[in-house]
Write a protein that binds this ligand. Structure first.
Ligand code: KG4
Ligand code: ZN
Length: 335
């Protein structure tokens, strides 16, 4: 007997629903991005995001079921992201999932968005060799997590200021590249010289596994100010490449340090920034050098999507970890 879970994700600016069988087979993963709506504001506008989710949620769920060829009455459970994220955005998904759970009398599973990002790796490798070090890099988080088993997490380090994705987005904005900045910087950096501009790398004291990206971001802004004051031409590709290299150097070094400290043979990448080309290449090269295995999801499962939520929910289902129908959105839910 297979287990069929419908999952819903609305924590930020993607309205997404997926159907998974046995937590590993993705029957459908519909992602409706609001990027075009928010682009003119230069970032996500929370109130606009909630309204857009409300418009889209029923259609996206319907499409996920249709594409999977599954009827409502075949569902064994419904899962939803309940935090962290934008409260109004989260509430739309939570309300929809609660209505389905109540109407069909099936279990409701509340999923932590970060656990979802991590779990995208279990869609690639359902039987990892625990313990594993996972670098979670998104628009809101930069975390190093020790995973001892499904659902067993220890936070080893986190950013003290900007998240990695936030730094990419802010640097893209000052370069006038547009929104969302991460993929645009990634693309432009490919044609730049990453040694052109000396930029700082914050390693922090001792063997800290924490991160800091605000100094790097400020250094880029200062470079651009100096150039405009002195009338120098700014080579945007070189700035993008130098910034990307500085950010990736620190992310890779600290992830490998964590793997050495905790003696883990496997490393995973998660979150939107895990789609970054240089991060994937550098981590592959360095993990290989140290004879560690590297796992990362395809780009579509790195950025926000409901399939990763369905995967995390499957392991919660197996543990009997269900949510009451009073489940509420928790905007700052920790991992
Ligand atoms: O995980 P995600 O989709 O949403 C959050 O939970 O935050 O991550 C979005 C972040 C954005 O900051 C975006 O600019 C960044 O991931 N991102 C990238 C790339 N693709 C997305 N950053 C660097 N390189 C990329 N290729
Ligand atoms: Zn996310």
């Amino acid at each position: 007997m297979s287990l069929i879970i419908l999952s819903v994700e609305t924590s930020c600016d993607e309205t997404s629903a997926a159907v998974l069988v046995d937590g590993t087979i993705v029957k459908s993963n519909i992602i409706s991005s609001q990027v075009d709506v928010h682009r003119k504001f230069g970032g996500v506008v929370p109130e606009v995001a909630s309204r857009k989710h409300l418009e889209l949620i029923n259609h996206v769920i319907r499409e996920a079921l249709d594409e999977a060829g599954i009827d409502f009455d075949e569902l064994d459970a419904v899962a939803v992201t309940y935090g962290p994220g934008l409260v109004g955005a989260l509430l739309v998904g939570v309300a929809a999932a609660k209505a389905i759970a109540f109407g069909l009398d099936i279990p409701l599973i509340g999923v932590n968005h970060l656990e979802g990002h991590v779990s995208a790796n279990f869609l690639v490798e359902p039987k990892p060799n625990f313990p594993v070090i996972c670098l979670v890099v998104s628009g809101g988080h930069t975390d190093l997590v020790l995973i001892s088993g499904f659902g067993q997490y220890d936070l080893l380090g986190a950013t003290r200021d900007d998240a990695a994705g936030e730094a990419f987005d802010k640097v893209a904005r000052v370069l006038g590249l547009g929104y969302p900045g991460g993929p645009l910087i990634d693309k432009l950096a490919a044609s730049g010289d990453d040694t052109a501009i000396p930029l700082p790398r914050a390693y922090l004291a001792g063997d800290s596994l924490d991160f800091s990206f605000s100094g790097l971001k400020t250094a880029v802004i200062n470079h651009l100010h100096r150039a405009s004051q002195k009338g120098f031409h700014v080579n945007k590709a070189n700035v993008a490449a130098s910034f990307r290299r500085a950010a990736v150097d620190v992310l890779v070094d600290k992830t490998l340090l964590a793997a050495r400290q905790h003696n883990t043979g496997t490393i995973m990448l998660a979150g939107g920034v895990a789609a970054n080309q240089l991060l994937r290449e550098e981590m592959t090269r360095r993990a290989h050098q140290e004879a560690r295995r590297l796992i990362y999801p395809p780009p579509v499962l790195c950025t926000d999507n409901a399939a990763m939520i369905g995967c995390a929910a499957y392991y919660k289902y197996l543990r009997g970890d269900f949510a009451p129908l009073t489940l509420n959105a928790v905007p700052n839910l920790p991992l």
